[in-house]
Design a protein around this ligand. Structure first.
Ligand SMILES: NC(=O)c1ccc[n+]([C@@H]2O[C@H](COP(=O)([O-])OP(=O)(O)OC[C@H]3O[C@@H](n4cnc5c(N)ncnc54)[C@H](O)[C@@H]3O)[C@@H](O)[C@H]2O)c1
Ligand SMILES: [Zn+2]
Length: 372
């Protein structure tokens, strides 16, 4: 895998985990390397490309063509776009399709799409014939910055998001920032919330770079995109390398997510993930400020940094529903919600554990102030 040295615009971040280490290639034109990388990831020549109904014709078709031109036998397998289709039924349909198409144990799965595609396609790869290698080609800002990196795959269930899945590290992630040119701005902005989150938990400098670059990125600044995606991936890679299976440090990636998930659920997913996490980060910073863990002024800096993203307001949220959903969060221990708090922008508070208990009255007060 020497391709990153061929195209000087493409930079490489190595993600090291206990089982394996894999490269994330980031930059304009990175997808040119897909055939070479896939050839290196599989012993056979068979490739199953998984994409959604929007991205298939925009980007996956040309990747299939490039794979075929590179001597592979590649077929495209699509599912309807959207979170509503990140479910077991899509997994079943896709795996049946692969079986019908004669995809065997020596095949490789390539996902081309947003986080829904990398999660669902990754889960197909994790389970098909007990596991095929997977190469992710993320096409949304969120998938490049977050979803495609780290090895978590899965689907949603009636009881909640991401409740059925597997850890399955990719062989490589190829984040071609040119592909972002077709991404609708609203989705682009939601992905940048996770970039701000990476800055908030680990690097003040990255936080400021995202804040200052956001408007330009949304207006198509390709060079800026490559730099933000690269630095964001490096932060996630560092955290994942330190804690692959989320027993400790990796939890800091959930900053903003305890409240964010509750807001998403309480709105019946009318509020998108990024928009919900944006509110979650501000409110969790306020919680931290109230109990003296987080430096004063942190919530204000988060609010200011989020402004250029023009996220939709979360109107009409039912406070009691948000509180009810908080109690079903994955981090609930002994029936109490737990929060990742910041010490300040650039540093999560990790002394005495990554998740914090916050008194119910404080949670209620901060929510009442914010949502009323
Ligand atoms: N596995 C993880 O660690 C992890 C981390 C964060 C988020 N996620 C998951 O990621 C998902 C959200 O990802 P998302 O926001 O990318 O959603 P998505 O995959 O639904 O993509 C958003 C929309 O953009 C479209 N799209 C994607 N790329 C495009 C492009 N280049 N041009 C035009 N349209 C494009 C998609 O078709 C879709 O309509 C959630 O399911 C979330 O749970 C997973
Ligand atoms: Zn998230």
């Amino acid at each position: 895998m020497t391709t990153s040295s061929v195209n000087p615009a493409v930079r490489r971040v190595e993600v090291s985990t206990s089982g394996a280490s894999y490269p994330v290639l980031v930059g304009a034109g990175a997808a040119d390397a897909v055939p070479d990388i896939v050839a290196g990831a599989t012993s056979g020549r068979r490739v199953a490309v998984v994409s959604d109904s929007n991205v298939a014709s925009l980007h996956a078709d040309s990747i299939v063509e490039a794979l075929v031109a590179g001597g592979m036998v590649a077929t495209l397998h699509t599912f309807p776009a959207g979170e509503a289709f990140k479910v077991r039924k899509s997994w079943a349909t896709l795996t049946d399709e692969l079986l019908d198409a004669g995809v065997g144990r020596d095949a490789c799965v390539v996902t081309v799409g947003g986080g829904v595609t990398t999660d669902l396609g990754g889960f197909v790869a994790a389970t098909y014939m007990r596991g095929l290698p997977v190469v992710h080609v993320p096409t949304s800002s969120l998938a490049m910055i977050d979803a495609a990196v780290g090895g978590k795959t899965g689907v949603d269930t009636r009881a909640g998001k991401n409740l059925v899945g597997a850890f399955h590290a990719p062989r490589a992630v190829i984040a071609d920032t040119d592909l972002l040119s077709t991404l609708p701005k609203a989705f682009y902005a939601e992905g940048l919330v996770e970039a701000l989150k990476h800055g908030a938990i680990r690097s003040d400098a990255h936080f400021e770079a995202v804040r200052d670059g956001a408007r330009g990125l949304l207006d198509g600044d390709g060079r800026g995109a490559a730099s933000i995606v690269h630095d964001s991936v490096r932060i996630k890679a560092d955290v994942v390398a330190a804690d692959e299976f989320e027993s400790g440090l990796r939890e800091i990636l959930n900053f903003g997510h305890t409240l964010g998930h509750a807001i998403e659920s309480a709105s019946d997913f009318a509020v998108g993930h990024g928009a919900a996490v944006a509110i979650g980060m501000v409110l969790e910073a306020r919680l931290g400020e109230r109990i003296g863990v987080t430096a004063e002024g942190t919530a204000r800096r988060l609010t200011e940094a989020l402004e250029p993203l023009d996220l939709p307001p979360a109107d009409g949220l039912d406070l009691e529903r948000v509180l009810a959903y908080l109690l079903t969060d994955k981090k609930v221990r002994g029936g109490r919600p737990r929060f990742v708090l910041l010490e300040r922008i650039g540093a999560a508070a990790v002394d005495g554990g990554t998740a914090h208990d916050v008194p119910d009255e404080v949670v209620r007060t901060v929510l009442v102030e914010a949502l009323n």
